[in-house]
Write a protein that binds this ligand. Structure first.
Ligand code: ZN
Length: 313
């Protein structure tokens, strides 16, 4: 039996998993992401953690096929990161450095793309080869898989669904500096922003008015939707229109079999899909209308599964 490691690097923790190469997860654990001093300790910490896990299980290097890795930044085909928002890294030759530290083959990729691979392999998109994954968290991440492989692109920025421009009239800026990105309406923070904007428009009664306007979250919006709250439903419809129509355009480009919706916002459950699917079915190109919508299934493990899939494919 041979083994491999899946590593999912986040801004606060690094998740690691020891897998058999048939995809069975044997053990998972976490270490802290030390981002200080330009994140210089991150790769050595990962190498140490993997080496001690190998010792613990009596594994030799020859039994380990490799280390797959998801990183919250664009990653080139050569395994190079040019810049990161929250790891402290600037230019970093991730593949080369971690290979030198461990003596094991390393295959890194963008974390959202890697999570999409995980969901295709073992989660909501199991059995599919053409899939779009949308991760609705603090931001909006994405992964586009065609014929079983992620669209990485020439700058490692393929599948950055959150920065599709969906509103030409927007006056506030997205985290990326542009205005009118999908992330401004479909992320957890985006949905809360839509709620604040809606509530100040008039005095229509709503459960949401019981909270301080700054305390409203995506969860409170969808909880209110489930209670039949009219104002919350309008907010959910606005969210769904932005995301559903963005997916109409994406589907016209890559014609997926399934759209997988994940991230913290997806904890709202099936009702979330209804608000995305309705505008999609109304507007999609006729050949794309049968695209299925499902919720992600692997939650926080999508990254480590996908990292292994990236390594094995
Ligand atoms: Zn943006």
């Amino acid at each position: 039996m041979s083994y491999c490691f899946g590593v999912d690097v986040g801004g606060t923790t690094v998740k690691l998993g020891l897998f058999q190469t048939d995809g069975q997860l044997l053990e998972k654990w976490e270490i802290k992401t030390r981002t200080e001093n330009g994140g210089e300790a991150i790769l050595p910490d990962i190498a140490d953690s993997i080496c001690s896990k190998m010792k613990e299980h009596g594994l030799e290097k020859e039994q380990v096929l490799g280390i797959g890795m998801g990183i919250p930044a664009p990653v080139t085909g050569e395994g190079i990161v040019k810049n990161t928002a929250n790891l402290g890294w600037g230019y970093k030759e991730v593949k080369r450095e971690l290979e030198e530290l461990t003596g094991i083959r390393v295959v890194p990729g963008n974390d959202a793309n890697v999570a999409a691979l995980g969901e295709m392999w073992m989660g909501g998109g199991k059995g599919c080869r053409d899939m779009i994954m949308v991760t609705l968290g603090t931001g909006v991440g994405g992964g586009v898989i065609t014929d079983g492989e992620c669209v990485v692109g020439s700058h490692g920025a393929g599948g950055e669904i959150g920065h599709i421009r969906v509103n030409y009239e927007e006056t506030e800026a997205c985290g990326c500096g542009n205005k009118g990105c999908l992330e401004q309406y479909a992320s957890a923070t985006g949905i809360a922003r839509l709620a604040r904007r809606r509530l100040v428009k008039d005095e229509e009664p709503s459960i949401l008015r019981q909270e301080a306007v700054d305390a409203i979250t995506a969860k409170s919006v969808f909880d209110a939707v489930k209670e039949g709250d009219k104002v919350a439903i309008q907010i959910a419809e606005e969210f769904g229109n932005y995301l559903g129509n963005a997916l109409v355009n994406l589907a016209a480009v890559c014609d997926p079999e399934v759209v997988v919706i994940g991230g913290g916002v997806s904890k709202a459950g099936k009702i979330l899909l209804d608000y995305i699917e309705k505008p999609f079915r109304e507007r999609a190109f006729f050949a794309n209308k049968e695209t299925r919508f499902v919720l992600a299934e692997l939650a926080n493990d999508a990254g480590i599964y996908g990292a292994v899939k990236l390594l094995l494919s």
